[in-house]
Design a protein around this ligand. Structure first.
Ligand code: FES
Length: 122
């Protein structure tokens, strides 16, 4: 049985808000687009972080979000192109390149980047 959740997306750069009905077995980005939402994206496969959002409330499931470090997932970021809703959600778009900078900005130049992703510190 498919559960549906209400997902509210605040697009901070455009000042627009979307309220979407999202099934638990479809990616949020794809469903949002089908419902007319205009949200940022690029690769659509969890690698580039263009579609990253901050989760203000609720839970997502994002097993394929390989572009997002475990650290940032824990801090409440999600990649909408590969995220499934697991509850009603409220999210907002990141600042431009925010996630990329958080992830790579402090690592590049320190010799800690291997294979394109920061190593876990622990
Ligand atoms: S569009 Fe690239 S990670 Fe989602």
């Amino acid at each position: 049985m498919t559960d549906f959740y209400t997902v509210r997306v605040h697009h901070r750069q455009k000042g627009t808000d979307y309220t979407l009905k999202v099934p638990d077995n479809r990616y949020i980005l794809q469903t949002a687009e089908n419902q007319g939402a205009d949200l940022p994206f690029a690769c659509r496969n969890g690698a580039c972080t263009s579609c990253a959002v901050r989760i203000l409330s609720g839970e997502v499931h994002q097993p394929e979000a390989m572009g997002l470090s475990p650290d940032l997932r824990q801090q409440g970021y999600a990649l909408l192109c590969v995220s499934y809703a697991r509850s009603d959600l409220e999210v907002e778009t990141q600042d431009e390149d925010e996630v990329y900078e958080l992830q790579f900005g402090r690592y590049f130049g320190k010799g800690k980047v291997r294979f394109g992703l920061p190593l876990d510190e622990d």
